[in-house]
Each structure stands twice: as structure tokens, then as C-alpha cells.
Design a binder for this molecule. Sequence first.
Ligand code: GDP
Length: 211
Amino acid sequence: MSAFPLVKFLTSAHQAHQFPPDTGVEVAVAGRSNAGKSSAINAITQRKGLAKTSKTPGATRLINFFEIDAGRRLVDLPGYGFAAVPGPMRHHWATLVESFFRIRESLRGAIVVMDVRHPLTEHDQTMLALAQARSVPVHIVLTKADKLGGGAARQKLAQVRKAVGGGATAQLFSSLSGEGVSEARGVVLRLLAAKPQKETPVGPADPTGAS
Ligand code: GDP
């Protein structure tokens, strides 16, 4: 049976005030345009048409909220392509995504989808930094792994893991072959089940050790 039998589109937001109520838990899925994010969301949720896939880089401009079931959401964050986005739109994107990461108390983790052939672009680094600033766990999904040989894909995975250090976990993925899909689904489910983390680590709760 599907892990997300009730998943459905909830709402799109072009502005922060259009975000749904900030209750329950949610996991954000981010990625540069054309990285394969929509295909990854559809593969993870086992719903072919849930997130729109397109061959036009930059087609998604809104934050899309999907309800897994009452109180649990997946949030599809828009990404931009290389030079495809004019300045004002890019500014709007940055403002919208930044406010999402800043204000959503229900955020439990972030998945950053990257094309395994071109990981850790400037856009990817921005998404990683925004998620890490919130101290939520970040998991990198290196998709289109089918486009590389197994050895080359594993080499890329090792490079990415080394580059991010302890800042994120990472895996190989292909919505085409199905590689890594259940692993990614497991990560999403674990993040949604996790207890909230403290916003800012402040060291030992009781430095005197009295309690
Ligand atoms: P998004 O813009 O990040 O949401 O990317 P899409 O999911 O729309 O995918 C962009 C393009 O890459 C589409 O043509 C997809 O068919 C293709 N694509 C996505 N995932 C994979 C994958 O795992 N393997 C291969 N070979 N192609 C993929």
C-alpha cells in the first residue's frame, strides 16, 4: 500500500500570507528548476500527477503545499534555473522562500533535490544555507542517477557528502529507475515523525549541572 494514501494538493502560495495554517508538521522539498524535483515528489508519494513535471525550466513560481494527511504536509519550494529568471522575479522568489524558512514553525526538515551531474550549484547552496539556518535536518537527493554509470554516480555521492560534511545527509535517486525512492520516502517519514528541534543551540540546558 502507498505510504501516502491520502496525499492531495492543498494550496499554492505566491505570498507568505497565503501559506496554510502553521500547525502540524511539514517537510520542504527544494531544488533548482529542472533538477527533477517534481518527478521526485511524484515518485516518493507514488502519485504520478501530484507535482507538475515540465520540460520548461523555471515553470514553477509558487510554493505548493500538499497534505499527506491531517496535520502532515510536503511543501514544494520553487526553484529558478540558470539565467532564466529576470531580476524582480528572482527577488520575489528569494523573499518568498526566505520567509517560508523564517516563519514556518511546523518545518521539520528539508530535502534538497539536485541533478547528480551538476550538484551544489549556487542555488543549491542557498537552499542548504536557508534550511541549515533553521537547524532542521537537511537531506540531499541526487537525482537522475540513471544518467550516470553506477561508479560515476557513487563518486559524485562521495564528493557531495565530503563537501557538505556533517551539514546534510545525501543519497542517490532516480525517479526513472526507482533507485533510492524508498530510501527517500523513509527519510521524509522519519522527518515528519521527529520531535521539533531547538531553534538555536545554546549549549547545555543547565550549565551548573544541578539538575
Ligand atoms: P523540476 O523542474 O525540478 O520539477 O523537474 P522535473 O521533475 O519536471 O524534471 C525535469 C526533467 O528531467 C523532465 O524532463 C523529467 O522527465 C526529467 N527527469 C526527472 N527525474 C529524472 C530521473 O530520475 N531520470 C531521468 N533520466 N530524467 C529525469
